[in-house]
Write a protein that binds this ligand. Structure first.
Ligand SMILES: [Zn+2]
Length: 268
């Protein structure tokens, strides 16, 4: 009899371990609530880098998605899995989009260099050295073909990304797919750029897709090691025709041949 109880207890312990996930809070002053709604009473207030553990239950409501912890409910929009542990710089082909864990707030590549202002629509933009050199070759080649393309955004640190994300969910609601959570943006890798026409027409707008500059990038960016990860039918974010990510020439060619070449339906 006693053995049976121990056995049952073990199953309970193991099943709860299997269901539970540890999350960290990436904002300051997040309210844990007694039930999954902003109208429920506040159990306690959580702070940046606090860790909460899910008991495996989630509720999806029109305002927020919630997970249950031992003490109360927390909105999923303000937490994420514990960040990955990173030593040194990540490889240039690292795939942020398929990573289970976010980048830690401290992750900043140590080979970031400034992109010369003549290639940008604002000053002080940075990329990792290898990506910056490939970018300049690409923008020079575009110019030679008659297209004046400039950088609108490049490396963004974790805290800057958090501000963008919080503004986006405040303005467009928790289901917005325009801005990545902090630690989930390719811009923090120092390998992504948002490109625009130098005259800023269609800057970060869908109509950039209709410009000859965009068409040039679609056909040529892979030759310089850049891909366009957020195509029309990607499942992560809204379509972002301006967002290009450096992965190196070999991977970019493979991406081009798989998703772009002869596959106009995906692209246009
Ligand atoms: Zn971008």
């Amino acid at each position: 009899m006693k053995r049976k109880i121990i056995f049952i207890l073990l199953i309970v312990v193991f099943s709860s371990i299997e269901l539970a996930d540890k999350f960290y809070v990436f904002v300051d002053g997040l309210n844990m609530r007694s039930c999954p709604s902003v109208n429920c009473s506040v159990v306690k207030t959580l702070h940046f880098k606090d860790v909460v553990e899910s008991v495996g239950k989630a509720e999806y409501t029109p305002s927020f998605d919630w997970i249950e912890t031992e003490e109360g409910w927390v909105a999923l929009q303000y937490i994420d899995y514990l960040p990955m542990k990173i030593n040194g710089n990540l490889p240039v082909d690292f795939d942020m989009n398929y990573s289970e864990f976010p980048l830690p707030p401290e992750y900043e590549p140590d080979d970031l260099v400034e992109i010369p202002e003549e290639y940008c629509i604002k000053s002080g933009l940075k990329l990792r050295k290898e990506a910056k050199e490939a970018l300049i070759q690409m923008l020079n080649a575009a110019k030679k073909d008659g297209f004046d393309i400039a950088v609108a955004s490049a490396y963004r640190n974790w805290f800057y990304q958090r501000n963008l994300y919080l503004s986006a969910i405040k303005e467009h609601g928790p289901d917005q797919t325009a801005v990545a959570k902090p630690g989930r943006s390719e811009h923090q890798l120092g390998l992504a750029v948002d490109l625009a026409r130098k005259d800023k027409e269609c800057l970060l707008l869908k109509c950039f897709k209709d410009t000859p500059e965009y068409k040039w990038l679609v056909e040529n960016s892979y030759k310089f090691g850049f891909i366009q990860p957020y195509l029309k039918y990607n499942i992560l974010y809204m379509e972002e025709p301006w967002h290009f990510r450096y992965v190196g020439k070999e991977d970019a060619k493979e991406f081009y041949e798989t998703y772009i070449k002869g596959n106009d339906a995906l692209q246009y």
